[in-house]
Write a protein that binds this ligand. Structure first.
Ligand code: FAD
Length: 466
């Protein structure tokens, strides 16, 4: 008899949530993790540490530039080691939380690299010690993702860093070149810019945060530019000379042409992440990958091998912790014979800079490309009472609704706390809300979320405060 109903490989937000849900459903569950702590990329080197540094650096910037005009006099002093310790304590608290939840739910844990040793067998190979084999009815692969590297540019995690090294710089670099204008890079670039770095962003495409709505992306770049970031769009970094005291970064136009050399103290390479499948033994048991190296699954998270499932960053879809979590829940429910499901049309996306960018649903570009007839309602935070009094008026909310049915198709916002405010429209979209439903929902005054209501009113041309 198999020792387990479910064995999960990987304890990131996909894996640990799947394990907890499986245990809640009465399935005997094990987790295999190769890192010393649980929680995966998200808790150890991703969402959680980056948000700790974003929070601390935002406070520092506010103390330096925002307090005086509110009548608060302070003389802030930066202590980088202490700020890193603050971040590390936050991470430790979170990863211990996962440990506690595993124990509470009676989930067995194994330390080592997990691989498929047969259809119903997982081999655990510890860093030191003998491998052992676990008999299991089902396997959930939740091994996440790893950084994408650039050819010819070696990451030493000290001067040429990935997001992992950028979470741990021992001092503020005077000049930082950020390769890639995506979410992770701009968040970490914002941290170090607030702490004093001159940050230059080199982006291959003609816009930053390219998957977001175009209007939001333009406004975001303008605001980050006002904050002091410099952008080189349609450009690529082709080499980093590390031989001298200053790094010499070669930047070429994306379409070819004359190169220029930028000097920097730190180069942050943040050009994306790739699915991580190394060491799993997928070939041996016949688990298929797609053309992007992701584990192929059907809409029940089943791979090409019976009893083997996959979720999170290692399969298709946005590489987001909450997407991985929701897939973990749905996958465990499907294994338990329930009707687990993820609505991919209502997965919010947030950039945790200041101001925040948040979106859910489809962009204007996507609607145009699909020939969908839509209406737009927009409302700027300059017209929101709370934003005005707080002097946080950068940004706007944009609601896209079907021209015939008024159903909300997408909401895009840039502004203070947008990451929190996106939850209400995500819930609305889950329930198939019309713009009018949001517009007629009473919103507390004075709140920034009144901006969402006004943008929904603006879909029918009847915003009140504009
Ligand atoms: P992971 O979290 O990557 O976990 C995979 C786990 O599997 C790891 O613990 C790994 O050690 C383990 N593993 C791998 N192979 C094996 C093996 N063979 N045997 C045993 N164990 C194995 N997402 C958001 O939604 N919000 C954010 O704010 C956000 N910020 C981010 C900031 C940064 C700097 C980064 C890098 C990422 C960020 N992300 C964010 C993305 C988020 O971290 C990922 O989408 C999420 O962690 C994916 O979860 P997962 O469970 O699929 O995999």
């Amino acid at each position: 008899m198999a020792a387990y109903d479910v064995t999960v490989i990987g304890s990131g937000p996909g894996g640990y949530v799947a394990a907890i849900r499986a245990a809640q459903l009465g399935l005997k569950t094990a987790v295999v993790e190769k890192w010393p702590t649980f929680g995966g990329t998200c808790l150890n080197i991703g969402c959680i540490p980056s948000k700790a540094l974003l929070h601390a650096s935002e406070m520092y910037e506010e103390a330096n530039h925002g307090f005086a005009e509110m009548g608060i006099g302070v003389d802030p002093k930066l202590d980088v080691p202490k700020m890193l310790a603050f971040k590390d304590e936050g991470v430790a608290g979170n990863v211990k939380g996962v440990d506690f939840l595993f124990k509470k739910n009676k989930i067995d844990t194994y330390r080592g690299t997990g691989s498929l040793a047969g259809p119903n067998k997982v081999r655990v190979t510890p860093d030191d010690g003998e491998p052992q084999e676990i008999e299991t009815k089902n396997v959930i692969i939740a091994t996440g993702s790893d950084i994408v590297r650039l050819p010819n540019i070696e990451i030493d995690e000290e001067r040429v860093v990935s997001s992992t090294g950028a979470l741990d710089l021992k001092e503020v670099p005077r000049r930082m070149v950020l390769v890639g204008g995506g979410v992770i890079g701009l968040e970490l670039g914002s941290v170090w810019r607030r702490l004093g770095s001159e940050v230059t962003v080199v982006e291959f495409l003609d816009r930053i945060i390219p998957t977001e709505d175009g209007e939001i992306s333009k406004q975001f770049q303008r605001i980050l530019g006002k904050q002091g970031m410099t952008f080189k769009l349609r450009s690529k970094v082709t080499g980093v000379d590390t031989s001298g005291n200053a790094l010499k970064v070669t930047v070429e136009p994306a379409d070819g042409g004359e190169a220029e050399v930028l000097e920097a103290d730190v180069v942050l390479v943040a050009i994306g992440r790739r699915p991580y499948t190394e060491g799993l033994g997928l070939d041996e048991v016949g688990v298929d990958l797609d053309d992007k190296g992701r584990i192929k699954t059907d809409d029940h998270f089943r791979t090409s091998v019976a009893g083997v499932y996959a979720i999170g960053d290692v399969i298709a879809g946005p590489m987001l912790a909450h997407k991985a979590e929701d897939e973990g829940v749905a996958c465990a429910e499907i294994i338990a014979g329930e009707a687990g499901h993820v609505n991919y049309g209502a997965i919010p996306n947030v950039v945790y800079t200041y101001p925040e960018v948040a979106s859910v649903g489809r962009t204007e570009e996507a609607l145009k490309a699909d020939g969908v007839d839509y209406k737009v309602g927009k409302f700027p935070f300059t017209a929101n009472g709370r934003a005005k009094v707080n002097r946080t008026t950068d940004g706007f909310v944009k609601v896209l609704a079907d021209a015939t049915t008024d159903r909300v198709l997408g909401v895009h916002m840039i502004g203070p706390d947008a990451g929190t405010m996106i939850a209400e429209v995500t819930l609305g979209m889950e329930f198939g809300a019309a713009a009018e439903d949001i517009a007629r929902t009473c919103h507390a005054h004075p709140t920034l979320s009144e901006g969402v209501k006004e943008a929904a009113l603006a879909v029918a041309g009847r915003a009140i405060h504009m």
